[in-house]
Design a protein around this ligand. Sequence first.
Ligand SMILES: Nc1ncnc2c1ncn2[C@@H]1O[C@H](COP(=O)(O)OP(=O)(O)OP(=O)(O)O)[C@@H](O)[C@H]1O
Length: 228
Amino acid sequence: MNEVTMRLNGLVKTYLKGTPGEVQVLRGADLELRAGEAVALVAPSGAGKSTLLHIAGLLDTPDVGSVEIAGKTVNGKGDRTRTAIRRQDVGFVYQFHHLLPEFTALENITLPQLANGVSEKAAQDRAMSLLDRVGVAPRAHHRPAALSGGEQQRVAFCRALANTPKILLADEPTGNLDPETSDQVFDALMALVREEGLSALIATHNMDLAARMDRKLRLEGGVLRPVE
Ligand SMILES: Nc1ncnc2c1ncn2[C@@H]1O[C@H](COP(=O)(O)OP(=O)(O)OP(=O)(O)O)[C@@H](O)[C@H]1O
């Protein structure tokens, strides 16, 4: 069996504790992701999908429970270590691309690599290779505003994978695209996930897309359960 890239154990998260607005979003959520698998995360709105993804991606901390990423236990680590692990091992994709508007597609993918100490030449080679694989190489020198929605999202995938993370976390990655574009862009994402041997946790409301992943998990009542 492939190596475990992410292990979440007994996550509990409560917002506004001790106030009338208190909401216990996670109540002992467990998850194990292995290298090379794509897992769909399905959840009713407000069930805590973003909370789970933020904790998994080290952007937030659980009240109780442990997070292990690429063999490293993150609990109790300071902000600098958490940020270093996040930059090295985790890539994020959101519903909206969040590309830097004043930089070209190529630069958007090169910059995070330069920040990680990669040489300019190697960063550009990696960026062009990624763009080529998602069919956007001819648009490498365009800024985001000059790209279609589907192209923008493909560039966002490339940026998320720029630093060769082990784990990809995605929150409705094709949610703002029309159905046909969404299908094509999702294909491009899955091809990258497969080629790079990533673990991917992809939140989606779209059950057709969920069905194309290796397994499905539902977040409901604060825990994760397999969907048949
Ligand atoms: N910072 C916060 N303070 C208080 N309550 C919060 C906070 N963040 C989230 N919540 C509440 O926690 C619950 C889960 O929120 P979360 O954003 O994780 O859900 P979600 O499943 O991602 O929802 P959606 O699919 O609608 O984006 C919601 O009831 C939300 O109102």
